[in-house]
Design a protein around this ligand. Structure first.
Ligand SMILES: Cc1cc2nc3c(=O)[nH]c(=O)nc-3n(C[C@H](O)[C@H](O)[C@H](O)COP(=O)(O)OP(=O)(O)OC[C@H]3O[C@@H](n4cnc5c(N)ncnc54)[C@H](O)[C@@H]3O)c2cc1C
Length: 582
């Protein structure tokens, strides 16, 4: 079936929904496709907050926010984009408030704000209250608010439609083709549909599922990211993957940094507040890459709890009122999953794979670019975690992702509306579904004796966690590269047992495993090539940041035998790179 629209948004998280809302307000005929029900998007699990320099409780300025973002990203951030982020954060948060989002309030009725890692006053003097929040359910409230607005403005939703290919007119993107739509697999009956449009936004979120221990939902498999790569669009900076310091031990479910923002502290086996040694000024509110490394160092020195591979987060001194009003959900997770009462006992925590700083390269209007000169793929847009604009550089600060969704989701919607007003709708493409149909059919019809999805995925997640985690080195990365290639080979023979077409989730998972393998391949190759330590990419064999050689973005293109790497300049407008201490 063919569905003609003017704009298509793939993904109903915060980025996709705000773009769709903007398009609908401009009167553009828009469809949102999502493989999950919209309100199940991962944005709904975001706990801690969304930052904006409102200055409601203490002095704050967007310039300070911009500086923190650039320094937090270890100077790999594109500063033109960071300036837009910090400036427009303020108006987008106020707009959300006007849409009715129930933020926590100060006694005099303003939006309440709390501290978060790496957010400082006066260019690094000390912590500042910049994160706006609705208890520890900020993302949930954002998602509900935006979804209501989209419904109100008549956006059309295609729920449980999984996009499995991108369509181009006039050739592939590298020869100047323009986006023409997508092919989607309707999960309810297994049928393939084409959606044609002038402008297509990719907003499919992250890909943390390539790691064994992760805070990410099962659905975060980097679908659009891998599809772009397969169509010759490079992936930017995938070697920078954030490990959040405080995951629930063993399962990785997140305990928001808001816990430390409200005064929680990390302790080692000796009961020492060890962050004092690593970040004397910011302590437990240092950025995530530094806290995760400090935890590993304590564990390696035998100061993990009972000599094991975790430390404690202590909230006992916060008292019942703060916990119940500001951290209700995460303390409930602790009670449910760990059987621990956070008012009385410290909580065992360990780093968990959390956030992709890299992704599909875009410019500040959220248009996808395909080379180091900023050449745009006409009609193709990306925003949110799947995109790399790049405001997070080598390490994202807490609360800077939600604001990235708002700012660049909104910019995407506006730019798509402008673009759609200028061009004709693409014509139907003959046999558009054929390549995907053949691919899915091959998996479905293969003898059940083939490789299992679960086995290959588990081996991938193990090698990524053990060899491409918080600390990396050449030998381990080389091993990981060989392993990923081996798994890709075995994946050619992947087989499933469900031959049906109704809600064939096994088929969907096989498809998603292919995406994860492609992105893992790019991640490992990019990490092996980058012989320095910067932000979340920490090489034990190259422990220093090397601005002379490596102050540049990676662009990984699909080559014949794997990724082929090129590089792109970083935009530096206000802040020259300096050593990064906290
Ligand atoms: C547990 C947790 C807590 C977090 N807390 C915070 C926080 O407090 N503050 C902060 O700033 N950041 C936080 N983050 C990060 C932030 O929430 C995410 O980066 C952000 O929500 C991603 O939003 P998105 O719009 O890019 O995509 P998502 O919200 O992940 O949505 C992706 C959408 O794409 C759809 N999709 C995916 N693939 C396909 C496909 N093939 N076809 C069709 N649809 C598809 C899905 O159905 C979904 O609708 C947190 C992340 C996690 C995991």
């Amino acid at each position: 079936m063919d569905h003609p629209f003017d704009a298509i948004v793939v993904g109903a998280g915060g980025a996709g929904l705000w773009a769709a809302l903007e398009l609908a307000r401009e009167g553009v005929n828009t469809a949102v496709l999502t493989k999950l029900y919209p309100t199940r998007s991962h944005t709904g699990t975001a706990q801690g907050g969304v930052c904006a320099a409102l200055g409601n409780l203490e002095e704050d300025h967007w310039e300070w926010h911009m500086f923190d973002t650039v320094k937090g990203g270890d100077y790999l951030v594109d500063q033109d984009a960071a300036e837009i982020l910090a400036r427009e954060a303020i108006e987008t948060v106020v707009e959300l408030e006007h849409m009715g989002l129930p933020f926590n309030r100060t006694p005099d009725g303003k939006i309440d704000q709390r501290r978060f890692g790496g957010h400082t006053s006066n260019y690094g003097e000390g912590p500042v209250r910049r994160a706006c929040f609705a208890a520890d359910r900020t993302g949930h409230m954002i998602l509900q608010t935006l979804y209501q607005q989209c419904i109100k403005h008549g956006v059309k939703f295609f729920d449980e439609f999984q996009v499995v290919d991108l369509l181009f007119e006039g050739g592939e993107p590298d020869t100047g083709g323009r986006a023409a739509g997508v092919v989607a697999h309707r999960l309810a009956d297994g049928q393939l549909h084409t959606f044609r449009a002038k402008a297509v936004l990719l907003a499919t979120g992250g890909f943390g599922r390539m790691f064994r221990i992760t805070s990410n939902a099962h659905s975060l498999t980097g679908d659009a990211v891998a599809l772009c790569y397969r169509h010759g669009i490079p992936l930017q900076d995938t070697e920078f993957f954030q490990f959040h310091p405080t995951g629930i031990v063993g399962i990785g479910i997140l305990l928001s940094e808001a816990a430390r923002g409200e005064g929680g502290i990390l302790l080692n086996d000796k009961g020492e507040r060890f962050m004092e040694k690593y970040a004397p000024k910011m302590m437990d509110l240092a950025p995530r890459d530094m806290v995760s490394r400090a935890m590993y160092q304590e564990i390696r020195a035998g100061r993990g709890i009972g000599g094991k591979d975790y430390v404690y987060m202590d909230l006992r001194h916060l008292g019942r009122k703060v916990i119940d009003e500001k951290l209700p959900d995460i303390t409930d997770f602790v009670r449910v999953y760990q059987g621990i009462e956070p008012l009385k006992e410290p909580i065992p925590v360990q780093p968990t794979a959390h956030y992709a700083m890299g992704g599909i390269p875009t410019n500040t209007d959220s248009e996808v670019v395909r080379d180091d000169k900023g050449t745009v793929v006409p009609g193709l847009f990306a925003a949110g975690e799947c995109a790399c604009v790049s405001v997070h550089g080598a390490n994202r600060l807490g609360t800077n992702s939600l604001v990235d969704l708002l700012v660049f989701g909104r910019r995407a919607g506006r730019q798509m509306a402008r673009y759609a007003g200028k061009v004709e709708r693409p014509l139907p493409i003959a046999d558009a579904i054929e390549p995907v149909r053949a691919e899915l059919e091959a998996i479905r019809s293969r003898a059940a004796a083939g490789e299992s999805v679960a086995t290959i995925r588990a081996e991938l997640q193990d090698v990524m966690m053990d060899n491409v985690g918080v600390y990396r080195e050449g030998k381990l990365l080389t091993e990981a590269l060989a392993k990923v290639k081996e798994l890709k080979g075995r994946n050619e023979n992947v087989a499933i047992t469900d031959r049906g077409s109704i809600f064939n989730t096994e088929l969907m998972e096989a498809q998603e495993l292919g995406y994860l393998l492609d992105i893992a391949h790019v991640t490992v190759a990019s990490a092996l090539a980058r012989t320095e330590s910067r932000g979340a990419h920490s090489r034990e064999d190259y422990p220093e940041r090397d601005d002379k050689k490596w102050l540049k973005h990676t662009l990984a293109y699909k080559g014949k035998d794997g990724p082929s790497l090129r590089y792109k300049q970083v935009s530096i407008t206000r802040f020259e790179p300096k050593p990064r201490t906290y």
